[in-house]
Design a protein around this ligand. Sequence first.
Ligand SMILES: [Zn+2]
Length: 425
Amino acid sequence: MLFFITANIIACAQKQNGVINVQEVQRIESVLASDDMRGRRAGTPDIDKAAMFIGDEFKKAGLQPLKPNNFLQDFVMIRSKVANVKAEIDKTEISPKDIIVNTFEKEVKIDEKSGYDIQYIKAGQTFREKVQELASTKKNMIVFVDTSFSRNFPRLAGFNAQTFGSELAEHKTVVYILGDYQPKEFKIKAENSLQETKYANVVGMIPGKSKKNEYVIFSGHYDHLGIARQPVNGDSIYNGANDDAAGTTAVIMLANYFKKLNNNERTLVFAAFTAEEVGGFGSQYFSKQFDAAQVMAMFNIEMIGTESKWGKNSAYITGFEKTNMGEILQNNLKGSAFTFYPDPYPDQNLFYRSDNATLARLGVPAHTISTSKMDSEPNYHKVTDEMSTLDMDNMAKIIEAIAASANSIISGKNTPTRVKPEKVM
Ligand SMILES: [Zn+2]
């Protein structure tokens, strides 16, 4: 077995450094998917165990933490729960169901002298667009919504109900009132309870030899659904062996592999994300720590534990047509046993349903690699997503394929084209 590698035999070295092997894949996967981890639900103490384990693996692999001695990238989310909303317009009380208050203030008390902007969403305007536009102005305001939008109106309650603790100060109070009013005077009152939840991504890196400020990211989410309310056949733990202990296992394996290879010109970042299943906050927070222009590629890995619809040694890439990254990966796999295909389930919008989406929206060639048969995977989001349903051997091979496919990107030889803003939703 080779233990040293020179640049001109990298292609052969892919299989020969032996770092990616079934035994290791099995060891890591079995810890992450074990009942001990209690379903790794983000925001609960249960997931901390998984975070510690991943951090230890990153340390053992020889990755560099972002903060001294700390692989955890922790952050806080604040959830607001507004209650007891009351409003009176020109001395007439408004029904509480026609008022929605979006705020992170503890208490809201407004009248016509409070200096709030008055805005309208008028009949015929595009509701979603107008809401986004008003929210982006970051001003305290009262928005009167035309009754033609009465069906869309209740959705505004969920809008901006959570924020990153670090962005709390930027938030303004927006009051939506259903109905056409030209008020002379008004009084609006609401109470709010703020709930704080702690989360942590696990992140490590291998600095690049020559292109230190050009990042290539390998990621997967390590959170899952926790404990089921009703046991199914005596089982209540969502092990999430495939979703996404499998992707997290791949990230740990790739970290070991590239550290041993030790020839990356670009800086490699390895990230295990939290809170994918509850809104994607982990990858959103992570993305904010980068200048998107410096991120050359993101390999997000989701559910690679089962055979793809084409059988063994194959996987698919979401959003294939959005950049030429997929073609680069395909080229790097030419002559090997592996094939990467474009996502065969375009109707499912998988490109937007995983942790690649945040960076992709910022232009980064950020794709998810998966083998999951999204039209027929029997254990998807069920308590039966257990390690025994996975094919460890195929999974190890897929991880090898991902490593091989990334070759020319980590060396700086290939730079994928960017995602065009008009091509994302
Ligand atoms: Zn997932």
